[in-house]
Ligand binder design. Structure first.
Ligand code: NAD
Length: 496
């Protein structure tokens, strides 16, 4: 049994709050660790350290900050296997999937290495007689990040490399369910040469989040998690005049057109629906067949594949998906499957009774597949966040677009087709932030930005990429004139 510590001012420090939460191995159901839940005093201390570190860090040349990111990229590459093991031990995802998470996080670090270019300002000579104007982007100060369980390393790394390279200091509050990977990747950045206090990790639950949201010295908050909490964080953070970006939940649809290659579409749905046990904000949870014939072909192609899913612990190299995160999550997902049956959907493959020999206490579920799902059902309206794929009752292209546009979430979506006209119409009309054409999980690369629409995101900035530079900096524009150009006497009209 291990205990996970905070990281404050460069030191690993155990919380003295006396409050703890348990960390479980989702594959076995055993408690493997404990996590001290920080008190307000401990959070305040971390913010004070970050505040003290800010002036020197903000004054550090961007090229020097970037050099630390180059060293960090090398360390993360070297330790990728160790990071993946930290992720899988507490999250349960397969080792290869965890390595994929590290690879996508690496892209953000590599992008952050371009800080001197990204922070380059603008200059205009002679905007008026003898007058020049320059615009620059300055850091905000202390910034906080609050992250979910499902990408325990990548989502924190969507945030802190960009915030830090822009000249801010950072406080990370990882998910309390799988806090080790986040702590480890932050320790690696300290090893890469980051000065003390620039990056701090505080563990905790709602009270830690509230303390950060109310703290007057925290200037901005990046949040990723479920929609109800995202909305709450956005409200409470903006109430205390912070800049807030809060990314929420999702229900991602994939349209399958009659002309699509049905094997390719079914394979794409398998990976996007059941990879990471469906616990991805970009997981496809709804397949939308266009026409009866497409629906029949799709269910026939999917059924044997779902039945054949290889499920196992992260240490099983042949496993395609692992357990879900907690016993509560398993019960919640099973309850939603019950509701789908009760509300009349056709449960083609039932994953509820699944048990893995030797891992009977683990939080495993088999893959479930519903057919003939209608938009009124709870399994359609709710983010299930588990290995459950729903095939909607057949639609026309127009009714499919309308349904997706009317759904409360708008994170990701995809269309599988050979028809360029349909794909173009879809990507233009669809009210969703990230769109794939024959790409089931269209997570943007690090030099574009990530962000959903509607109730999948609160605030006006996407995460990482160019949007992150805007979120983590504020614009300053300086207009300059030297004595030779100053006119004689007072001028009372508006300068023009
Ligand atoms: P969650 O909302 O339960 O927790 C996220 C964070 O909020 C955690 O750090 C947690 O400690 C904190 N938190 C929880 N309850 C709180 C409360 N009442 N007050 C203040 N803070 C609170 O989310 P989760 O279960 O860890 O993650 C899964 C969710 O995250 C899913 O809905 C998924 O779609 C979403 N997600 C979204 C994206 C995206 O980019 N849009 C990415 C990953 C995950």
């Amino acid at each position: 049994m291990y205990s996970v510590t905070n990281l404050i001012d460069g030191e690993a420090v155990a919380s003295q709050s006396g409050r703890e939460s348990a960390i479980f191995n989702p594959a076995t159901g055993e408690q493997i660790g404990t996590l001290g839940l920080s008190s307000d005093a401990e959070i305040n201390q971390a913010v004070a350290c970050a505040k003290a570190a800010f002036p020197a860090w903000a004054a550090t040349p961007p090229a020097k900050r970037a050099r630390i990111m180059f060293a960090y990229a090398a360390l993360v590459r070297e330790r990728a296997d160790d990071i993946a093991r930290e992720i899988s031990r507490e999250h349960g995802k397969t080792h290869d999937d965890a390595l994929g998470e590290v690879a996508r996080a690496m892209e953000v670090i590599e992008y952050a290495c371009a800080a001197p270019e990204l922070l380059k300002g603008e200059f205009s000579r002679n905007v008026g007689p003898g007058i020049d104007t320059q615009s620059e982007r300055q850091p905000l100060g202390v910034v906080a990040g609050i992250t979910p369980f499902n990408f325990p390393a990548m989502v924190p790394m969507w945030m802190f490399p960009m915030a830090i390279v822009c000249g801010n200091t950072f406080i990370l509050k990882p998910s309390e369910r799988d806090p080790s990977a986040a702590t480890f990747v932050c320790q690696l950045l300290m090893e890469a040469g980051l000065p003390k206090g620039v990056l701090n990790v505080v563990h905790g639950d709602k009270s830690a989040v509230d303390c950060l949201l109310d703290h007057p010295d925290v200037k901005a908050v990046s949040f990723v998690g479920s929609t109800p909490i995202a909305k709450y964080v956005y409200r409470r953070g903006t109430d205390s005049a912070k800049r807030v970006q809060a990314l929420g939940g999702a229900k991602n649809h994939m349209i399958v057109m009659p002309d699509a290659d049905m094997d390719q579409a079914a394979d794409a749905l398998m990976g996007a629906g059941y990879g990471s046990a469906g616990e991805r904000c970009m997981a496809v949870s709804v397949a939308v067949p266009i026409g009866e014939d497409t629906a029949d072909k799709l269910v026939n192609a999917l059924k044997p594949k779902v039945e054949a899913l290889k499920i196992g612990p992260s240490t099983d190299e042949t496993a395609e998906m692992g357990p879900v995160i907690t016993a509560e999550a398993k019960d919640r997902i099973s309850g939603l499957i019950d509701s789908g049956v009760a509300q009349g959907a056709d449960l083609v493959v039932d994953g509820r009774g699944f048990s893995l020999q030797g891992y009977e206490q683990g939080y495993f579920l088999g893959g479930s597949l519903f057919d003939k799902v209608s938009p009124e059902m709870d399994i359609y309206k709710t983010e299930i966040f588990g290995p459950v794929l729903s095939i909607l009752e057949p639609q026309s292209f127009e009714s499919a677009v309308k349904l997706i546009n009317e759904h409360e979430y708008g994170n990701g979506t995809a269309i599988f087709t050979r028809n360029g006209d349909a794909a173009r119409k879809f990507s233009s009309a669809i009210e969703v932030g990230m769109v794939g054409v024959n790409v089931p999980i269209p997570v943007p690369v690090a030099f574009h930005s990530f962000g959903g629409w509607k109730r999948s995101s609160f605030g006006s900035h996407g995460i990482y990429g160019p949007e992150a530079v805007h979120f983590y900096t504020r614009l300053k524009t300086t207009t300059t004139r030297w004595p030779e150009g100053i006119p004689q006497g007072a001028v009372f009209t508006f300068p023009s």
